[in-house]
Design a protein around this ligand. Structure first.
Ligand code: DX5
Ligand code: ZN
Length: 216
């Protein structure tokens, strides 16, 4: 079963109530929440108060994607704000801080995910694969919604799927960037369990509910 995680980055905030209401009625199980600090990626987005506000409007799983240079600090901030899943970038990690962060999240009963930028090799994630609940493959350069899907990132998905089988692991594979009906199908065929989609879902001419349905 595929899980759809619409990205809050593409919400039209001038129509927040209406869009969240349609999202709540859709079959999406998660809400993807992109946190950018202007350092790890060249854009700024949401702080913890926005997450707290959205949590009052929906009961979906809060899937927080930290694109920040200090994930250890901000993981705690967003756990306190109500995150259910915290995913952080391997590029932001020095030494063993990332493995300790996964343990810390698990102690707090929060699911932990690891992710990587398109230019980072998937093998760098190997030390994490026995521990994490989710691996997020970025299929665009992180920072902005509405970019084109990088089909060569599906190689990383295939690697992760095979590695999971060979080592009898249970992490879910999520993909983020440029997902629409067509690329979503390719991603599922390659082994993705969770599809993040921003502009496709929130700008779909037939509405949010129908957009989510086409991804399932
Ligand atoms: C990009 C973000 C994505 C973004 C995807 O850095 O991580 O979650 O919202 O947007 P689309 O689906 O429009 O490519
Ligand atoms: Zn994201």
């Amino acid at each position: 079963m595929t899980v759809v995680s619409p990205s809050a980055l593409s919400i039209d905030f001038s129509r927040l109530n209406e869009q969240i209401e349609a999202f709540n009625q859709s079959e999406a199980e998660y809400l993807h929440f992109d946190v950018m600090d202007g350092h790890l990626v060249p854009n700024l987005t949401f702080g913890p108060d926005i997450l707290k506000g959205l949590k009052k409007m929906t009961s979906k799983v809060m899937d927080v994607h930290l694109m920040v240079t200090d994930p250890v600090h901000y993981a705690e901030v967003f756990v306190n704000a109500g995150a259910d899943i915290i995913t952080f970038h391997i590029e932001a990690i020095k030494n063993d801080a990332g493995l300790a962060l996964v343990d810390d999240l698990h102690q707090k009963q929060i699911r932990a995910g690891i992710t990587l930028k398109p230019k980072t090799s998937v093998e760098t994630l190997i030390p994490y694969l026995e521990k994490v609940d989710m691996v997020l493959v970025m299929s665009v350069e992180p920072g902005f919604g509405g970019q084109s899907f990088m089909a060569d990132m599906l190689e990383k998905v295939r690697f992760l799927k095979q590695y999971r089988e060979e080592h009898q692991l249970s992490y879910l594979i999520e993909i983020d960037g440029g997902i629409n009906e067509e690329t979503g199908k390719l991603a599922k065929e390659a082994g993705c369990d969770i599809l993040v989609a921003g502009s496709y879902v929130f700008n779909h001419p037939q509405g949010i509910k129908e957009a989510v349905r086409t991804l399932l």
